[in-house]
Design a protein around this ligand. Structure first.
Ligand SMILES: Cc1cc2nc3c(=O)[nH]c(=O)nc-3n(C[C@H](O)[C@H](O)[C@H](O)COP(=O)(O)OP(=O)(O)OC[C@H]3O[C@@H](n4cnc5c(N)ncnc54)[C@H](O)[C@@H]3O)c2cc1C
Length: 183
């Protein structure tokens, strides 16, 4: 959950994994409780829900004269919902591709699709796989995975680009597969 103070008010936001069997109003309830911590009455504000465009599979990110970047390209981590770093990365890469295309490289836009799918797609496929395991039994997986002190350091390295999901997926699978409901 986040609270961003603004000149004329506040933006409260939260991300969650929708469970078809879950309580539909839970997110609103939790945000309201969070706002109360700031002595604010959330019922006076505007409430909106939007889906995150999570990565699903490699796909074309270019057409004849256009490129998809960031969340529009679906480059959002399906395990933790990280979308800012990949949006910046695809933004920089796409700028290079546009310059290449303007300089006459007819393959520049197609190369953009290829390099993003290569550099992020394979990694996000592993994140998607881990998300599949994790969200089967999130409470237990959280306790046995995320709450461990080493998990924070591991996640830090992934977010800094020092480690890839591909490098940790096998180890994580070994740990998670012994958890009842996941294995
Ligand atoms: C509650 C929440 C928490 C999140 N927390 C994190 C986090 O902690 N870390 C993280 O990495 N990611 C997080 N994300 C995901 C991340 O914010 C997005 O994936 C990321 O901002 C995508 O960047 P973007 O540039 O692709 O798109 P956006 O940031 O959505 O930018 C698109 C911009 O285009 C503008 N726009 C849309 N249509 C038009 C139009 N027709 N004409 C002109 N402008 C237009 C929009 O107003 C917007 O400013 C979170 C998302 C949510 C919803």
């Amino acid at each position: 959950m986040w609270c961003f103070p603004k000149a004329d008010g506040y933006s409260f936001s939260a991300a969650y994994v929708r469970d078809p069997k879950g309580k539909p109003d839970e997110l609103k309830k939790q945000l309201t409780k969070y706002a109360e911590l700031f002595d604010l009455d959330a019922s006076r504000g505007e409430y909106k829900e939007h889906s995150l465009n999570l990565w699903q599979k490699d796909r074309a990110l270019h057409s004849d004269r256009a490129l998809l970047v960031g969340e529009a390209a679906g480059i959002v981590d399906p395990l933790i919902g990280e979308g800012i770093r990949p949006a910046m990365f695809t933004g920089v890469q796409s700028a290079g591709a546009v310059i290449g295309a303007l300089q006459g490289d007819s393959n520049a836009l197609a190369s953009y699709t290829q390099s993003i799918n290569q550099e992020w797609g394979s990694n996000l496929a592993k994140a998607d796989f881990l998300a599949g395991l994790f969200f089967k039994a999130p409470k237990i997986a959280y306790k046995m995975g995320v709450k461990r002190p080493a998990a924070g350091q591991l996640m830090g390295k992934i977010l800094c680009g020092e480690l890839s999901y591909s490098q940790v997926a096998e180890k994580a699978t070994q740990k998670l597969k012994f958890i009842p409901g996941i294995g």
